[in-house]
Ligand binder design. Structure first.
Ligand SMILES: [Zn+2]
Ligand SMILES: [Zn+2]
Length: 322
């Protein structure tokens, strides 16, 4: 490798032509030889994932001709006859891999349904060419509508719903929040604290959604919630806040790598509250202004009220070993 800045999603160094792969174990982009192989520090041989051409997967697989641990988590993909779905599939896979790096970096273990059929995680990345798809999470299965990879479609939905932010990565971060609440909060001794912060999650889900769509968000919702979507139900408040936890930690990490933030991770801050107020808010304000300088919408079009800091603190405290 030539030392040129390596981007996470490149399979080849654009400067010197060396083949690249992502080693999840080493959390690094590494060079692969002419046969698509990489030998790690322990002497194990890794291979370019077989889905490189199908989904643009840049991760390394344990066996030749095999697929990587990220691809293992995809349970359903568009069928081979669905050209449109297949063209949208790589966008979702890229967001999914990004999400997995977020979780790895923060220390949240990810167990697939292949290992734990009941409590493991998997993804159904569904084409909505021939059927309606509803984005959601249930019992460890995250369902994604591949139409969301189409910018024109997604922006239209965003405008219909009046949302300030809508991305494929944001969907993955939100939905895995539902999974994490199910695994790390429900049925544990943390549930009482979660109810105090987010409300009673046993509230009738459909009734609350119906209320939201007939009456809209409560008055002065911005004093207690990160978004109007978060006001719908305690589950949605948790998932929305969780998504922001990942937005913040990942964006600060990236900014730090490029010299734009003084600290990199939450481990450098005395608390998550301090991380948000001392690092995230100055950084996101600056990045909003950078975007405005390019005539673009704000990078982070949200305001964080004090009660949301408490919710974020709770979510950060769910990290193993924190
Ligand atoms: Zn893969
Ligand atoms: Zn949700």
């Amino acid at each position: 490798m030539c030392g040129n800045a390596l981007y996470f999603e490149n399979s080849v160094c654009l400067s010197c032509g060396t083949g690249l792969g992502y080693s999840r174990d080493e959390a690094d982009i590494v060079p692969v030889d002419g046969y698509g192989r990489y030998v790690d520090a322990a002497g194990l041989i890794w291979h370019v994932c077989r889905n490189l051409n199908l989904s643009g997967c840049t991760w390394l697989a344990r066996f030749p001709g095999g697929q990587c641990s990220a691809c293992d988590l995809t349970r359903v993909r568009p069928n081979d006859a669905d050209a449109k779905g297949l063209s949208q599939f790589p966008v979702a896979e890229r967001a999914k891999r990004w999400l997995l790096v977020d979780l790895d970096r923060l220390g949240f273990p990810v167990v697939g349904k292949g290992e734990d059929a009941t409590y493991g995680l998997c993804f159904d990345l569904l084409s909505s060419v021939a059927e309606n798809v509803t984005i959601g999470h249930a019992d460890g299965v995250i369902t994604m509508d591949l139409a969301e990879s189409d910018d024109a479609y997604r922006v239209r939905v965003q405008e219909q719903l009046g949302e300030p932010y809508r991305t494929m990565l944001g969907h993955f971060r939100h939905e895995v929040g539902h999974y994490m609440e199910w695994r790390l909060v429900e049925g544990t001794d943390r549930i009482a604290e979660a109810r105090r912060l987010f409300g009673d999650e046993t509230a009738d889900y459909q009734a609350e959604i119906d209320r939201h769509y007939s009456q809209g968000p409560p008055a002065n919702w911005w004093e207690r919630y990160i978004s109007t979507y978060a006001t719908m139900h305690p589950y949605e408040d948790f998932a929305e806040t969780w998504a922001h936890f990942l937005h913040m930690t990942d964006t600060v990490e990236t900014a730090h790598i490029y010299g734009l933030a003084r600290t990199g991770g939450i481990q450098d801050s005395p608390s998550f509250r301090a991380f948000v107020t001392d690092t995230w808010i100055p950084l996101s304000t600056a990045l909003n202004m950078v975007n405005r300088s390019m005539g673009k919408a704000d990078l982070y079009p949200f305001v964080i009220p004090d009660p949301v800091l408490d919710k974020l603190d709770f979510i950060a405290s769910l990290r193993p070993g924190s």
